[in-house]
Design a protein. Structure first.
Length: 121
């Protein structure tokens, strides 16, 4: 089994979480911790870059569902980017493209957040 890593970085008013490896029941807590830290720090504009995510299970998908309501009630969002076809198909099968904005590239999602922020930033 592949190792799982979560890397967080901040820039342009957006927090980016990069996922690598297998996101399943054994590693979902790592992603939960990353989301919880952002919420605790009142950072609600979140991009999850899935470029190096090779597998996601229902437990991994459940983490996204567990945090989206809290993020959105604080006027933020979770946008997903850089998915392989294999990972996208799992999200698509469960209807995630209806609930989440999914972009081909991270910069598109960052730009979308910044468009909504307007000139007062």
């Amino acid at each position: 089994m592949s190792e799982f890593k979560v890397h967080h970085r901040e820039g342009e008013g957006v927090n980016v979480i990069e996922l690598k490896g297998y996101l399943d029941a054994h590693t979902a807590t790592d992603l939960e911790t990353a989301f919880q830290r952002l919420l605790n720090d009142r950072k609600y504009n979140i991009v999850v870059n899935c470029r190096d995510l090779t597998y996601i299970s229902s437990a991994g998908l459940g983490v996204f569902m567990a945090y989206i309501e809290d993020v959105r009630k604080n006027r933020g969002d979770i946008k997903l980017t850089n998915m392989s076809t294999k990972v996208y198909n799992v999200f698509d099968l469960l209807g995630f493209p209806i609930l989440y904005e999914i972009y081909k590239e991270e910069q598109e999602a960052v730009r979308k957040f910044n468009e909504h922020a307007g000139p007062s930033r």
